[in-house]
Design a protein around this ligand. Structure first.
Ligand code: SF4
Length: 218
């Protein structure tokens, strides 16, 4: 295997349903994401703005104020941490997060496995994240693992066809689409009428709209 092929080899993403449960908990703020990054800093070096909420007092106390600016379209107190001319987060020092134990909630919950989970690629301008995300391979030891994966993908397909439903459209990014697909996938789960087994269904669009969480408001 060449060095390049080795660099592109598959990464074990874990059992799908276990990952999905943990990811849903992370999105609800109940736990952080436990991503086996193994030294990868793609998400810290991809020209990303990191959203920090007003209640993240500890995080805010570890970031110089001059690196933060008000988050557009959000209430006062919501700020963004920008990136340098290379697209690197300014808190990344010597290839490591210099405030790891105090890093923003956005960083704690970020998990590039959302892309293979939703069956979509990352954003085109985030090349490193796309490369990394393409390498993850989930395991499907049970029927539930498979059907839940299909439901998340069905939700992503639905949202991709109707981008207006994705918060912040028309500029909504692939990350937001993938996260929303995870959040609403249960609307796409039902029962096969003949067998009674769990199955992916085509829900009423109004049910999908009802399942979508409202955007952050004042
Ligand atoms: S704060 Fe730390 S974890 Fe978050 S993007 Fe910056 S370097 Fe990465």
């Amino acid at each position: 295997m060449t060095a390049e092929e080795s660099a592109q080899s598959a990464l074990a993403a874990g059992d799908f349903s276990m990952w999905l449960t943990a990811m849903q908990g992370a999105l609800r703020g109940e736990n952080g994401s436990d991503v086996p990054c193994d030294g990868c800093t793609a998400c810290c070096t991809s020209s990303q703005f990191v959203h920090i909420e007003p209640d993240e007092i500890d995080t805010l106390s570890h970031i110089p104020a001059e690196l933060l600016f008000a988050a557009p379209l959000l209430p006062p107190g919501h700020v963004l941490l920008g990136y340098d001319e290379r697209g690197h987060c300014p808190m990344l020092k010597a290839g490591r997060c210099s405030i790891y134990d105090h890093r923003p909630r956005t960083c704690r919950t970020y998990d590039c496995r959302v892309f293979p989970a939703a069956g979509i690629d990352g954003d085109e301008d985030k090349v490193q994240i796309r490369r990394r995300a393409r390498r993850w391979e989930f395991a499907f030891p049970t029927f539930t693992d498979r059907i839940e994966h299909e439901a998340v993908r069905a939700a992503a397909d639905f949202l991709a066809r109707d981008r207006e439903l994705v918060h912040g459209s028309p500029g909504a990014n692939q990350t937001e689409l993938a996260v929303l697909a995870i959040e609403i996938h249960t609307v796409f789960l039902g029962r096969d009428e003949d067998t009674g087994e769990a199955a992916v269904i085509a829900p009423n669009p109004d049910a999908v709209r009802a399942a979508l969480a409202p955007p952050i408001g004042p």
